[in-house]
Write a protein that binds this ligand. Structure first.
Ligand SMILES: CC(C)(COP(=O)(O)OP(=O)(O)OC[C@H]1O[C@@H](n2cnc3c(N)ncnc32)[C@H](O)[C@@H]1OP(=O)(O)O)[C@@H](O)C(=O)NCCC(=O)NCCS
Length: 175
């Protein structure tokens, strides 16, 4: 698919409410259509994505009125969704850990640095909310995502079996 170049001031980034659920699901399907290997990504149910929109913090990138990318900052608290447990942190530190759960850029708009921009904006929000650690999991073969998280200051911590046995790299950043 041909890539569309967009100028940095031609798009808007804003927090999304649950009216965007159908758009998130469409972007997720677009990501799976363009995936070399299904193990690179975990498919989220509509219930999970709605929960992210309502109870967590989801930023969208809007270009010409269309949602072309989104990123989710997830507050796992003391549930096993909190990647702080994989970082071997103590309870006080786990509570101050937020996850960057998922970032998807529509295949036609890749190459505009939108993942890095979203990581930066989600980090600002996490700082505002008093978190001091950001964590994420990335499939070892997801080179584009690994490159972007590392460029944003994330460090590899360890590799682990997660999500029904899928291998994931665990990354963290102190903020
Ligand atoms: C990972 C992802 C968000 C990166 O998108 P992005 O921010 O637009 O990527 P970048 O701007 O860093 O792109 C840099 C280059 O890599 C290319 N690229 C990025 N992702 C690519 C992919 N999945 N497949 C092939 N090429 C890709 C871009 O076209 C660009 O090429 P160019 O330099 O020739 O223009 C995007 O590939 C994606 O949505 N993947 C599916 C979902 C996913 O894996 N999310 C991460 C897990 S949290």
């Amino acid at each position: 698919m041909s890539r569309i170049k967009i100028l940095p001031d031609a798009y808007e980034i804003k927090p999304l409410s649950d009216i965007y659920l159908p758009e998130l699901l469409k972007l997720q399907e677009n990501a799976f259509l363009n995936l070399e290997n299904e193990e690179l990504l975990r498919r989220n149910s509509d219930t999970t994505l709605r929960d992210c929109l309502v109870n967590h913090y989801t930023l969208g990138v809007i270009y010409k009125g269309i949602l072309i990318a989104f990123g989710i900052l997830y507050f796992g608290k003391l549930t096993n969704e909190n990647i702080g447990y994989d970082l071997d942190l103590n309870i006080d530190e786990i509570i101050k850990t937020a996850n960057i759960k998922l970032i998807i850029v529509h295949s036609a708009y890749r190459g505009n640095g939108l993942q890095r921009r979203l990581i930066g904006e989600l980090e600002k929000e996490a700082i505002k909310r008093g978190f001091n650690t950001l964590a994420c999991t990335i499939a070892p073969g997801n080179f584009y995502s690994i490159r972007n998280f590392e460029a944003c200051g994330f460090k590899f911590y360890k590799q682990k079996q997660k999500y029904n046995g899928l291998i994931r790299n665990i990354y963290l950043k102190k903020i």
